[in-house]
Design a protein around this ligand. Sequence first.
Ligand code: OGA
Ligand code: MN
Length: 297
Amino acid sequence: MRIEIQPLHPVFVGEVSGVDLRRPLDADAVAAIEQGMDRYAVLVFHDQRISDEEQIAFSERFGALERPGAASNITKPEDRRLGPLLADISNLDKNDRLLGRDDRQRMFNLGNQLWHSDSSFRAVPAKYSLLSGRVVPAKGGNTEFADMRAAYDALDDETKAEIEDLVCEHSLIYSRGILGFADDLTEQERRNFEPVRQRLVRTHPVTGRKSLYLSAHAGRIVGWPTPEARALLRDLTEHATQREFVYAHVWRENDLVMWDNRQTMHRARRFRDMAEVRDMRRTTVAGDGPTVEQAAA
Ligand code: OGA
Ligand code: MN
């Protein structure tokens, strides 16, 4: 089978056909997918009924995987539903029951509904994320993606010059603060979520394209008064998520969507999460290094 990629949107996102993710891929197939990622930044694979092990094996072809844990969530090890290499993006507890409305885990995970880039709160942020839709709700629960290269290109020259060398501080404390959940974090959780620094403008190592590295986790700009920083970050986020830069993925069961966190933001949309199951599982390929020099977090 030959891998083919069809565009799904005017500026990014491709739909991949001719590949079965349950089987080991040869080097050509991996290279074709990597090239597709460089070009499209988001790739959609339909009808991939994969196990956790198959998802991990496929993901590892693109690099070492992040381990979700105390640095990225408040779920205690004994409450985890999935294995150590999978981020649980479901509304289920470890016994596969729907989380209650005021369950801390549910409230924390609602942060996925804010525009973000995965693990921008880690000193070495994520490269790719791979999200497998195992059970999807009948209505709602779309995932939206925004092309941060197109958003960067559309800035005026004055703004580009102003932001070129800015460095932001990212933390889960900031994104959860937007939801009004920061006060509910324990002292230990706050220590786990110490801010890290990230460049605001990134350059893709292969294509050389620049992109805006924004995320709900960004809460400060180094050297700037916080309110001024928040106002600019909000303004840039509004600019970057205009409809022309956004693709909305309507999930079908067994879709796998893979995105480049260096070049895109994404967010989950609401659904009837008290009534319907949404079981999504994410593997995350770690980045190559920090975006700015800093002490290891
Ligand atoms: C993620 C994420 C959005 C969604 O998996 O990182 O933000 O729609 N998911 O579940
Ligand atoms: Mn995410």
